[in-house]
Write a protein that binds this ligand. Structure first.
Ligand SMILES: [Zn+2]
Length: 217
């Protein structure tokens, strides 16, 4: 089995940025998932990018309504229904039918990112929660140094789910191209789906791994 990588782009769509990422992916014939911030779709230019992404074969997931504080703890328990539910409404038919949701916030998935009430809501409403294996830090200035840790993650794991951000990658498509070239020279296959290990909730079914959601500090 060749090594695999799944590309994901979070926090968009960003007019002026997302189109550059889409054009690159189309040239390479790679298919990714864009985890979008629901409120951004109020901007017609952003919505048009989401429509373009879907029409070009990419998957669109929910990355909360406002990308505010993580949905953990008591504060998360007050906000999760709006942050998840209203974002899903804004995505509407653009959302992939598997109802992909990725929580916002840093670190491994735990109750600081998703309170138990949010987990319950995601399960009852048939969502599929998507985590990641590699968040190499494209958001950190000068933004171009993510490639080394990303390649190290590819070398370490059989299936890497990479988190990048359209906004930060668009000005450095050359680095993304170099990453893809190196990955392909390592024999890594680009795939769109996710390993089960990155789906703690799938189609509303809470998997064993989600034990970690309720026990993680
Ligand atoms: Zn995010």
């Amino acid at each position: 089995m060749p090594k695999r990588v799944t590309l994901t782009f979070d926090n968009g769509p960003w007019p002026g940025a997302t189109e550059k990422v889409l054009t690159f992916l189309a040239e390479r014939k790679f298919f990714a998932t864009f985890f979008m911030v629901g409120a951004r779709l109020d901007d017609p230019n952003a919505r048009a990018l989401a429509e373009r992404a879907m029409s070009e074969g990419h998957w669109i997931g929910n990355h909360t309504l406002t990308h505010g504080a993580p949905l953990g703890g008591e504060d998360g328990a007050r906000r999760f229904a709006d942050e998840i539910g209203l974002a899903q409404q804004k995505l509407g038919t653009l959302a992939h039918p598997r109802k992909f949701f990725r929580p916002n916030g840093g670190g491994a998935l735990g109750t600081h990112l998703l309170c138990p009430e949010a987990v319950e809501y995601l399960a009852q409403n048939g969502f599929t929660v998507v985590t990641w294996t590699s968040a190499p830090g494209d958001w950190q200035p000068p933004h171009r140094h993510w490639i080394e840790p990303a390649l190290a993650d590819l070398a370490r794991d059989d299936w890497t789910v990479l988190v990048l951000h359209d906004r930060f990658i668009a000005p450095q498509i050359d680095v993304l191209a170099r990453f893809c070239d190196e990955a392909q020279s390592m024999g890594v296959e680009f795939v769109q789906d996710f390993p089960k290990s990155c789906l703690p909730i799938e189609n509303g079914i809470v998997r064993e791994a989600t034990e970690k959601i309720s026990t993680f500090a």
